[in-house]
Design a protein around this ligand. Structure first.
Ligand SMILES: [Zn+2]
Length: 218
């Protein structure tokens, strides 16, 4: 059994195009030992050592299985892989919390996937944040925090001024909405567009729409 911490060495051994002197010497030695009916194991880390012990306890392995165990295996990973995987685990955990949390209902509609969210640079203006989080300049929010006496939009619909109302219904934003809607339907997509499409595929158009809104009159 050959136990090594070097994944690079194992990778080099597997790569038939690599012919450095050291690697060639190792290959020659492997060949010599295998010719002497040795079964070679290339292992790294504690896990494979215990697997090897288990294997030894078993009765003689059939020839075919022996061949299989001769394959080069490793469980030590390069630092970059661990960092990438660490980030991935972190993101998965964050995603689980994000999905199960009862908070951020509006944000979750716009950003169901944290991975997708992290791919896009978004403006941090109060207006844009209001639209994608529901927290800020909309009457529904301001009323909830008792900053204003009621949540009704001043437009003709006389209904609660939610984010859904602002984007899809508010009669005061007819012109602004028409520009957004036309641009989206020109791409072949439908209106009303799902929230998560607005922040992904059509994010530039959404940013333009938000910029065109005069929040002081809403
Ligand atoms: Zn309105």
């Amino acid at each position: 059994m050959v136990n090594t911490d070097s994944k690079v060495t194992l990778d080099t051994l597997k790569n038939r195009n690599k012919h450095s002197i050291l690697i060639e010497n190792i290959r020659t030695e492997i060949k010599r030992l295998e010719d002497l009916e040795w079964t070679m194991f290339f292992l790294t880390g504690q896990r494979h050592i215990s697997e090897f012990k288990e294997m030894k306890q078993q009765t003689v392995l059939p020839r075919r299985q022996q061949r299989k165990t001769r394959e080069i295996v490793y469980d030590k990973l390069p630092k970059e892989t661990i960092i990438t995987e660490g980030k991935d685990i972190g993101l998965t955990k964050w995603q689980e919390q994000w999905t199960s949390s009862t908070k951020g209902a509006v944000s979750k509609l716009f950003f169901p996937s944290i991975r997708e969210r992290m791919k896009t640079m978004l403006p941090l203006s109060l207006e844009f944040t209001t639209i994608v989080t529901g927290h800020g300049l909309n009457r529904s929010y301001l009323h909830r925090f008792k900053i204003i006496p009621n949540s009704t939009c001043p437009c003709r619909l006389q209904e609660e001024q939610t984010i859904n109302h602002i984007i899809f219904k508010c009669t005061q934003l007819k012109n602004e909405r028409r520009i957004l809607q036309n641009a989206i339907t020109r791409t072949g997509d439908t209106w009303p567009t799902p929230y998560e499409q607005l922040t992904r595929k059509h994010v530039k158009l959404l940013i333009q729409f938000v910029r065109s809104i005069d929040f002081s009159t809403l």
